[in-house]
Design a protein around this ligand. Structure first.
Ligand code: NAD
Length: 697
């Protein structure tokens, strides 16, 4: 049993103790039931408190029980025991009462909390709904609209707000237990009623007419393609229209529908994949991380500025270096403007803006970066310039500092070789906008020291990023795979689909933007320039021909308000262009390609199977440690929809590797096998009847 019972005069305290977060394990559930029984047995006791030891109230389910046969007693049993107690029980909340934790608290007759506590029902984030009465009790306590907002967002709600809406009865100042005891004794003295939430009724008069239908329609837009939010509305409708027990049965039914849906499996995969990504295999256990108290960034352009904000946000001082005063002023100005915009939306105070800007030291001199614990280079993507910068850093920066590059494609080993300390060199590949996108690819060079790697993995968490360690190969994980994906999109444009159809199919699949739209955002000139530097035999020139013609016409993408699409001034909405359609048709003709109709299904399949196919190569080469890391890269770096689990999970679970292989063979054969080569790893896995879990570490 993970808890104990304590008697203090007329108050019985049911203590839960399951460090670190009091997850509601079977032992915790047993302790609750046992505590309620002890409360009943002692005639001197007339009121109970349910409280948790350690740093938090029960913060949710015990994830180690996920996917295993249910252990008795279950959560419903524990909650029913609490609610069925003949003596009132007060939940005393500190830290977080999340998921099952809040559902237990809702089974209590009253709830008090300290001011910095939080409550929430985050199940929707795993594609589920609260399955232990949350959808039936919360609306009975605070009304349908407020309950829907909490359950469908899954976000934490601060105690003060929860007190306003009626989830919390009292905010306790000072010591929680003292406050809870006072509150409980007060209840006992005035013989307060046993307030069972199950016996309350949703006030139908307070529900606006047509509320549920409107909610379904709104959520179909706001939570596009998501299964659970719709089921949550169904569950709340049941709370409003059915007696409690029938509502509970409906909740169960809807919970099971969610649990059996692929989206929930995908979201759970993401949950575990994110945790696994922080695991770097084969690190010596005795390695300790280095201290990072200050950071220097070289280059104050698009990336340098965004990267700087990550550190300023968590109180780490940043020295920002540029070559010219003008570029430095521009870079600092952009950072300030970004913060001021956030402040104008009420998400930062002006004092916080000043604090953050106060931590930023702009400079033109390498002498100012000498004491930094970590230097991140974000200058132009040219090897010669990177080498020059690293050679300068080698001279200027103290020994023991980490030297990182934000390069998108270049070799970390080659960059490291321009220093006398290649062990201190690592890749830190942020994604644009660097202050927003959560992915950080951590590129392990051949000589990168273990403690450097460990330090950066830890630092990623400190700045709220998801770090994925990868090998040093062209484009690392994400950008390398992008090639396969973008190639198919452009090829289909050549074969008959217009950019707007390709991009719409990708958006409907759940991508935040289509891949051609993304090219417009990045600038078509970027690819154009890189193709000029490459051996023309190394890429399929037919597929890039339209883009080349567009660039030569001055259509560089969003920055010129014209690329694959037209753009109105100050508006990023892509508008189909007649000029582009004409060019595309001309290029198809030029290569003798008969244009045909595409289904959205084929577009999605070709793009993402090709993406996964490169993922297989990345995996078999050891550039990624495990397929789930590749999923994380696509989720947090490219906006692949989490409810599909990432490209590898999607291919394995929604398509099936065998089908994926058959389709890829077909697509490969259609282009002569030259530009789409089926990954030998995929062939091998299918032949052996194995899945991605069998590969990697
Ligand atoms: P950018 O052109 O916006 O900024 C580069 C900045 O570096 C400029 O302000 C320039 O003045 C400065 N600079 C150039 N040489 C310098 C030197 N020797 N010393 C000091 N400053 C110097 O470029 P960006 O988009 O910020 O890209 C920077 C790096 O980040 C590149 O390696 C790029 O591949 C990588 N990257 C870019 C993106 C993206 O989406 N833009 C994403 C990930 C990684």
């Amino acid at each position: 049993m993970q808890g104990r019972f304590e008697k203090r005069g007329n108050v019985g305290i049911i203590w839960i103790n399951n460090p670190p977060v009091n997850a509601i394990s079977v032992g915790v559930r047993a302790a609750i039931i046992d505590g309620v029984a002890k409360l009943a047995q002692d005639a001197e006791i007339n009121i109970g408190i349910l409280a948790c030891e350690g740093r938090t109230f029960m913060a949710g389910a015990d994830i180690t029980e996920f996917g295993k046969p249910p252990l008795s007693p279950g959560l419903h049993e524990a909650i029913n025991a609490v609610e069925g107690s003949a003596k009132p029980i007060v939940a005393a909340i500190h830290g977080t009462a999340f998921g099952g934790g809040l559902e237990v608290a809702l089974g209590c007759h009253y709830r008090v909390a300290i001011a910095d506590a939080k409550i929430g029902l985050p199940e929707v984030k795993l594609g589920l709904l609260p399955g232990a009465g949350g959808t039936q009790r919360l609306p009975r306590l605070i009304g349908i609209e407020a309950a829907l907002a909490i359950i469908v967002s899954g976000d934490p709600v601060p105690a003060a707000q929860a007190a306003k809406s009626g989830v919390i009865d009292k905010i306790v100042e000072g010591d929680l237990l003292e406050g809870a005891m006072d509150y409980a004794r007060g209840l006992a003295e005035r013989k307060a009623p046993l307030r069972k939430v199950r016996e309350l009724h949703v006030d139908a008069g307070k529900i606006p007419p047509g509320f549920f239908e409107a909610a379904r329609q709104r959520l179909a837009k706001e939570k596009k393609n998501l299964f659970a939010p719709q089921r949550i509305v169904d569950a709340l409708e049941a709370a409003a229209t059915l007696p409690f027990d029938k509502g509970m049965a409906r909740e169960r039914e809807l919970f099971l529908q969610c649990a059996q849906n692929n989206q929930s499996k995908a979201l759970q995969h993401v949950f575990f994949a994110e945790r696994k990504a922080a695991n770097v295999p084969n690190l010596d256990k005795n390695v300790t991380k280095r201290d990072i108290k200050s950071v220097a960034i070289i280059g104050a352009g698009t990336m340098g500025g965004g990267i700087a904000m990550n550190f300023l946000n968590v109180g780490v001082p940043v020295t920002l270096l540029e070559m010219q005063q003008e570029a430095l002023d521009r870079g600092v100005g952009v950072i300030r403007k970004n913060y001021e915009n956030t402040a104008s939306k009420g998400r930062l105070t002006m004092q916080q803006v000043q604090q953050r800007m106060g931590l930023l030291k702009p400079t033109l001199s390498y002498a100012d970066v000498g004491e930094a614990d970590l230097v991140i280079e974000a200058v132009f993507e040219t090897m010669a310039i990177k080498k020059e910068v690293f050679a300068k850093l080698d001279k200027a920066v103290k020994k023991g500092a980490i030297l990182a590059s934000n390069t998108s494609y270049l070799s970390i080993d080659e960059i490291a070789a321009s220093t006398s300390r290649p062990g201190d060199v690592v890749g830190m590949h942020f994604f644009s906008p660097a202050n927003v996108m959560r992915l950080l690819e951590i590129v392990r060079g051949a000589k990168t020291a273990q403690d450097v790697l460990l330090t950066i993995v830890d630092l990623a968490k400190r700045i709220n990023k998801v770090g994925v360690v990868c090998g040093n190969r062209d484009g690392f994980i994400g950008n390398r795979m992008l090639g396969g994906y973008a190639y198919q999109a452009s090829l289909m444009v050549l074969e008959g689909a217009m950019p707007e159809q390709v991009d719409a199919a990708l958006r409907n699949f759940g991508m935040p933007m289509g891949v051609l739209q993304m090219s417009d955002l990045a600038g078509l000139d970027v690819g154009y320039k890189s193709r000029k530097d490459r051996d023309p035999a190394s890429f399929d020139g037919r597929v890039s021909r339209s883009a080349d013609l567009l660039v030569e016409m001055g259509r560089m993408g969003q920055k010129t308000q014209a690329g694959y699409y037209d753009y109105a001034p100050g508006d990023r909405t892509p508008r189909p262009s007649a000029v582009v359609a004409e060019i595309i048709e001309k290029v198809s003709q030029e290569y003798g390609i008969a244009r045909r109709k595409f289904t959205d299904e084929e577009i999605v399949e070709r793009c993402f199977l090709a993406l996964m196919n490169v993922g297989c190569d990345v995996l078999s080469e050891g550039v990624a440690y495990r397929s789930s890391d590749i999923d994380i890269v696509y989720l947090y770096g490219y906006g692949f929809p989490a409810y599909r689990g990432g490209p590898m999970f999607w291919a394995e679970n929604a398509v099936g590797l065998k089908t994926a292989l058959e389709k890829l063979r077909k697509y490969s054969a259609a282009t002569g096998g030259k530009w789409l080569k089926v990954s030998p790893l995929l062939e091998k896995l299918v032949a052996e009847g194995k899945g991605f879990a069998s590969v990697g570490q």
